[in-house]
Design a protein. Sequence first.
Length: 300
Amino acid sequence: MGLTGLARWINAPADGLLAIRKNIQENHNGVIKGPWNLAVKSYRSTLTQTPGVHLPSERTMFTLQMHDNVFVLLEDPLAPTRADVVQAIADKTAPANFHPTHYRSTFLTLNPPGALEQLLTHIKARWVPVRQTSTSTAQRGQASGHQLLIEGSVFGIGTDWLVRAGIVTMTGGETKGMLLEAEYLPLPGLNVGPAADGTSELLSNLLTSVLPNVPDAKTVAVTISDAQWEDVLWDREEEERAQKEAALAKERETFGEVDDVFVYGVEDIPVKRRGDWTGVDRDRRSAFLIIGALKSEGIL
């Protein structure tokens, strides 16, 4: 798995997928590798319906099923972002020992598919699907309870590129354009400047080239800044570990190093960090961008 870029073809026609396939096969000598199927569902909290509970806004939850994993984004508009908390602590405007129970966005990875629904039912959680499951099997989206489906194909271009293209279809059968994703396999990471938004000219050029020449096509790059992604990847255990390491470093600076030939320090061994563009982390980033793109358009 490698570096990935995502784009939306907002006004793609009904035959948009066929046009992309023809363009890739004829002009890029590409081949079909297999299907690309994603399923998205949204939930809303029912806490506001509880007697005695008054909240100005509801929490929301979105799930995206990709392969055998389900990526879950929970959002609480009343909670602070991690960046806000870090800034408040730095400015000394936060209360002493301030530790919020959660931040505005929480991003989880669950396995296997269906585990979340079983958990919510088991603990009688106050979450209900925005799109209720239908007993009718006339429409696949209703039969599965999903709010929308993304269905298309994965194409290979040479040995370096994978291109995923899929049509966004609502429960009632209405289409909402297409999603396109390009993956550059030889490059597992990307170093960008602090002001960059995460875009890559390499990926943008490839995505542009696979789009058919259609007049008035509306395409939008879907990106996220490193600062935003750092908030999404926040891990409480990792943060506590970093705080302990900082405290130990300060203690060593204050009292000096232990002069003992029988002591072998391991504190300087670098901890293996997650890779944004490899394994499930690549899928996490892709899922987060897809959910964000659909939310920004009001589709979710």
